[in-house]
Write a protein of this length. Structure first.
Length: 240
């Protein structure tokens, strides 16, 4: 479902980002607010990413539920994260984030989408929310030339992919769905909310009857790799 109804909702989310940033001191390098999910490129400081995301999501959910007279969780699944290990990966991740609306067919160019940090890199309007200087400096110290190179890099043809499931993983998901439905008559989406003993039984069964790694299964079930490991350890289905 959409987590934004109008532009005021997106503005509130950005305001919450700023408030949480001030409280936890993380660095934000890029963002994009889509209709039913967000992309954030950030660096932890004194607070780990799980607490940062929990603070952001809880605050926004309270606002959204209050405004639209609804109850229950707004953000249904655990956030997904991927570590950035190099400057080149940082740049391509930012490009992927800024081009998400292009990939979704909403706009033809990243500059045409209002709700991303792309514009902030063009006119340096993102302070104090964004740290644009760090990434622009990777293109050189001349600010005008750096922005020109940033635009060229951001708009060149690419096949960047972050977080999204690869095609082969989509097929694996379908196989696991059939496996669980045949044996337990459950949807994969229900596993996270199950009683722990029931959940570990199903996870152990999947591991025993597939070649999935803990990381792959974690992505498919929206659980951490450690959660998969713990469930298998308790059920005697550890892999080497």
């Amino acid at each position: 479902m959409a987590i934004y109804v109008d532009s005021h909702d997106r503005l509130r989310y950005i305001d919450i980002l700023l408030r949480v940033k001030k409280a936890t001191s993380f660095e934000l390098y890029a963002f994009c607010l889509m209709s039913n999910h967000n992309h954030l490129l950030l660096k932890e400081a004194n607070t780990n990413i799980s607490k940062i995301m929990a603070s952001i999501n809880i605050r926004y959910s309270m606002y959204f539920n209050g405004k639209y007279s609804r109850v229950g969780s707004l953000i249904q699944e655990r956030f997904r994260s991927e570590p950035i290990k190099s400057e080149s990966q940082l740049l391509t991740c930012a490009r992927y984030i800024h081009n998400n609306p292009v990939k979704a067919g909403i706009v033809k160019r990243p500059g045409k989408y209002r709700w991303s940090s792309y514009h902030d890199y063009l006119d340096n309007s993102g302070e104090p929310l964004l740290n644009t200087e760090f990434m622009l400096n990777l293109f050189g110290l001349d600010s005008v030339l750096a922005r020109s190179k940033f635009i060229s890099f951001s708009t060149e043809s690419n096949d960047d992919s972050y977080i999204d499931c690869e095609p082969e993983e989509d097929e694996l998901r379908k196989q696991i769905e059939r496996l669980v439905r045949t044996r337990y008559n459950h949807d994969l989406s229900h596993i996270r909310s199950m009683d722990f003993n029931r959940r570990k039984e199903i996870i152990a069964y999947i591991v025993a009857n597939s070649s999935l790694s803990y990381a792959q299964l974690g992505r498919i079930l929206n659980l951490s790799k450690d959660s998969i490991y713990r469930a298998c350890r308790k059920n005697g289905e550890l892999k080497k």
